[in-house]
Design a protein around this ligand. Sequence first.
Ligand code: GZL
Length: 312
Amino acid sequence: LVSALSAAMSSAALADSLTVGFSQVGSESGWRAAETSVAKSEAQKRGITLKIADGQQKQENQIKAVRSFIAQGVDAIFIAPIVQTGWEPVLEEAKDAKIPVFLLDRAITVKDDSLYMTVVTADNVLEGKLIGDWLVKEMDGKPCNVVELQGTVGASVAIDRKKGFAEAIAKTPNIKIIRSQSGDFTRSKGKEVMESFIKAENNGKNICMVYAHNDDMAIGAIQAIKEAGLKPGKDILTGSIDGVPDIYKAMLAGEANANVELTPNMAGPAFDALEKFKKDGTLPPKIVRTESKLFLPDSAQAELDKKKDMGY
Ligand code: GZL
């Protein structure tokens, strides 16, 4: 009995648990906070040790965290890259240390894409297109001046969401983007920039719609619209991306119109790819796509009910 027990113990020891270092952007939005909590629960489910470093929205902090994970000799590194450039040097160091790197929710531009194993991300151009297509249909040829709250400057998702929306409205001259500025994906900055747009546009009377690259900026914009004495969702339509609970609450209050949902579970597919790679050396595809769907107020309650099971 003792020898059987010790054999079992040693095989368990052999399948040693993996340690992953996650260099996270920060906690700038409700979606980001959900991504972090889902990453923790996905790691727990798999018996993986997850160390998370909060970059506080600064790339240099993220790079420092990656260096420290390399020094600790972790089995893999996850990065949600705040901006798409400036990653080659530290990724070369990870490659030299033979530590695989997985990108979550944002992409990077590198010449040598062997510097990372895969990127788990939505099609962010499609996300912007879905909102643009919705607006074209909604306006049905009527004029509409749009103001745009962009995400973090230099972030792949902000570049792509801007591109997708612009492409969708390009064929309809009645819809025009009259102002566009970064609100850095936060509620406070989104509100501040929307206040400046409202002031500059006849106290908001020239504005027909606000397109926000994420819900948190849209929620800030909704507050600014209300404080200007206008009705969000009616005087100024809203379109945004993520699917955080508060945007569905705004829809139920008649204050928001269109939303594209983004799953906060980017870590699960990355852990799956890592485990497969560790087990039999299989390389995942370079991009693992998560889905993008448009939701309107008629499905707001059903969407809201889903959120607690999605990590919010
Ligand atoms: C999207 C992700 C974005 C979210 C924002 O993949 O990078 O960053 O849409 C977050 O809420 O700030």
